[in-house]
Design a protein around this ligand. Structure first.
Ligand code: 1CP
Length: 371
């Protein structure tokens, strides 16, 4: 029992006090900078369409219905852990539940990904968004999924909760879908500077509530995905991404402490944000996710000796044969070192990847990083 809740909080939050003891806390220990017997490993998008058992569930249910049904979310969250000796489970959900909770409609279209039928057209549309404080009442299903999954995990792995970072979420709310250039969203940064900050603040406030709720529900680590950092250069990142990443980390940590909960390690993943790693390292996130374009030695130089690094094999390396995967992982682990390191890919799994090759990845991390 490692979570005891003392203070009353709003009704929407689930109170938890009796989770199973941790049998494997390797990832938590590494995230805190402590020594481990072997490097912990998990993989972004480890629950997903590359697994036949995921496709089977997905064939029967709409994507957001799966997110909104705690038993289904729990089921697919645990699927990769039944196959591979992973050290973490990441709750099955999506970063776009925040725009939904702010009142926007999001559809998951087969072959196309997420689509907003009515994206934000201009600053005047900000008045249509729901107040950020109310957003989390609509996300109780995520909290319930976390609580259920934490129980079902039986302490065998660390449970990760997550959110998108404000710039990344803003980009989807304006573009209405994925985009190669993000030029509409970037247009706001140049044309509607004040409104952009207003929107980023709304998303930040909703996200802080949401992440604190996730901790109360049983999340043990939080990852904040700045998946579209690559579209900002150093200047735009400093003005429109960094301050909000900072607010999220500072405010979540402060509120978690105020609620009498244990401090939660936080991971920030600025994908494509190699130019910002030094700035990001100045924030209080314990762990920095590194994408595959950054050499591990350079990443360490940029962030300094105390941060924990997570990453960063090119996901496409999983298309190679198992012997090559083993060699690539050996090289990666040697470069990152065994301490203050969490092994992962440099971005998520793709649907056409062979699960056996992920098994080879996980096995290689364990083989090359044991005491
Ligand atoms: C952490 C997470 C996410 N999505 C999903 C998970 C949980 C599953 C896991 O990681 O194991 C399920 C998750 N989310 C989605 C899927 C596939 C959809 C399906 O099954 O139909 C799954 C398994 C759908 C989705 N959702 C999103 C996209 C990208 C759209 C684009 O920019 O073109 C897509 C394709 C938005 C999204 N969603 C997420 C990110 C950040 C990570 C990243 O950079 O990839 C982003 C950008 C985060």
């Amino acid at each position: 029992m490692d979570h005891v809740f003392h203070k009353p909080t709003p009704d929407i939050f689930v109170f938890q006090s009796g989770f199973p003891a941790m049998v494997n806390d390797r990832l938590l220990r590494a995230a805190r900078g402590e020594e481990v017997d072997q490097v912990p490993v998990w993989v972004m998008r480890q629950a997903g369409r590359y697994l036949p058992e995921f496709r089977e569930v997905r064939a029967k249910h709409d994507f957001f219905t799966m997110c909104q049904t705690p038993s289904l979310s729990c089921q697919v969250t645990l699927q990769p852990l039944d196959r591979f000796p992973l050290d973490a489970a990441i709750i099955f959900s999506d970063i776009l539940v925040i725009p939904q909770a702010l009142g926007m409609e999001v559809e998951m279209r087969p072959g196309e990904g997420p689509v907003f039928p009515s994206p934000l057209r201009g600053p005047e549309d900000l008045s249509l968004l729901a107040p950020p404080g109310d957003a989390c009442t609509k996300l109780k299903y995520v909290f319930d999924a976390l609580t259920l999954t934490r129980k079902e995990l039986k302490g065998k792995a660390t449970l990760i909760g997550f959110s998108g970072a404000p710039w990344t979420i803003m980009a989807y709310m304006i573009e209405g879908k994925g985009s190669k250039t993000m030029s509409n969203a970037k247009g706001w940064l140049y044309k509607h500077r004040e409104a952009s900050h207003k929107l980023l603040k709304i998303i930040t406030d909703a996200t802080v509530h949401y992440l604190v709720g996730q901790v109360q529900a049983g999340a043990q680590v939080l990852q904040v995905f700045e998946s579209h950092a690559e579209h900002l250069g150093p200047q735009l990142f400093r003005e429109f991404a960094l301050p909000y990443l900072k607010q999220i980390c500072d405010q979540v940590k402060e509120q978690v402490q105020r609620l009498g909960l244990p401090d939660i390690p936080m991971i920030v993943f600025p994908k494509g944000g190699h130019y910002a790693l030094k700035d990001v390292a100045a924030l209080k996130y314990e762990v920095i996710g590194i994408d595959w374009t950054v050499d591990p030695t350079l990443a360490r130089e940029l962030v300094g000796p105390t941060k924990v690094l997570q990453g960063n094999l090119d996901p496409c390396a999983l298309y190679s044969d198992q012997k090559s995967i083993d060699a690539a992982v050996k090289d990666m682990v040697q470069k990152f070192g065994r301490r203050r390191y969490i092994a992962n890919l440099g971005h998520g799994m793709y649907p056409d990847m062979n699960p056996d090759h992920l098994a080879a990845f996980v096995q290689a991390v364990q083989k090359h990083s044991k005491d």
